[in-house]
Design a protein around this ligand. Structure first.
Ligand SMILES: [Mg+2]
Length: 276
């Protein structure tokens, strides 16, 4: 046969999946970073905040393992312990991490400006709201309660601990699709502040939006950003935009408040028969 017909979704977006820290709350994504530093310090190994941030977005146990595999951290570990970090160290640090993270999560639970407005715009457009996170279910119980007190209540939240594997695998997104009873995947958009956020959305066959300014890429509070020299801010932002674009994000914007116009653009692309 010389011609085949291809089935194409030309409807509108049906759901948005939002990340948590650095996307909807915890401007600059500080809560996990400070606890990773503390957990390593308790093992006699100092790590920098950049080293603590590098694997951000992953399941927190995977995150601790990835820090231990950093060449410089492994060297300092070797000096302190006389051997390389092993899986049992990762397990011990993850056990240490859980209560410490739980104890301070609520201190970093303020919503990022624009979150409530963007979620309201999504609701008006008929979108369901799902969410994915590298936090455990126990941590999310704290955060969803804090978010609800501030007026943010997504329809579905899936943690890395509730699926076979966290980011960059697509399972948290796919579980959200089931929870929200939504398909096809090209009718959904993933929004997040880290490269693994973008990868999980792409791996799930979704549209993706990277947030360059309010999350882990800059790793600064709103006040710290305002205090930054304009040149330095410009170059650091440009680097974040580039990293997210090169990971394959369909769009990169500063923060969640910049998202609503992109939804119209995605709807126009879907209507033309484009796929993510
Ligand atoms: Mg995040």
């Amino acid at each position: 046969m010389d011609f085949v017909f291809q089935r194409t979704y030309r409807g509108r977006l049906k759901a948005a999946l939002l990340d948590w820290a650095g996307t909807t709350m915890d401007y600059g994504c500080f809560a996990p970073a400070v606890v990773f530093m503390e957990v390593y310090k308790r093992q006699g190994v100092e790590i920098s905040i950049d080293e603590a941030r590098a694997p951000m977005g992953a399941h927190k146990r995977v995150h601790i393992r990835q820090i231990s595999q950093d060449e410089n951290v492994a060297r300092r570990w070797q000096a302190a312990h006389g051997r390389a970090p092993e899986e049992k160290d990762v397990e011990e640090m993850f056990r240490d991490f859980i209560p410490r993270q739980l104890a301070c999560l609520a201190d970093y639970a303020d919503l990022i400006p624009g979150t409530l407005e963007t979620v309201a715009a999504m609701r008006r457009a008929g979108l369901k709201i799902g969410s994915t996170t590298g936090y455990t279910a126990e941590m999310m119980a704290v955060l969803t309660a804090e978010a609800a007190r501030r007026g943010y209540v997504p329809d579905s939240t899936v943690c890395a601990t509730q699926v076979p594997a966290g980011r960059p695998h697509p399972y948290m997104c796919l579980q959200n699709a089931i929870n929200l009873e939504t398909y096809p995947m090209e009718a959904m958009v993933k929004i997040g502040d880290t490269l693994p956020d973008i990868e999980e959305g792409l791996n799930a066959g979704m549209w993706t939006i990277g947030l360059a300014k309010t999350g882990n890429e800059l790793g600064l509070t709103g006040e710290q950003i305002q205090a930054l020299a304009p040149d330095l801010l410009r170059s650091r932002l440009a680097k974040a935009y580039r990293r997210m674009q090169q990971t394959g994000a369909h769009y990169v914007v500063d923060g969640i408040g910049d998202v609503p116009p992109l939804l119209d653009d995605i709807n126009a692309r879907l209507a033309r028969g484009e796929r993510p």
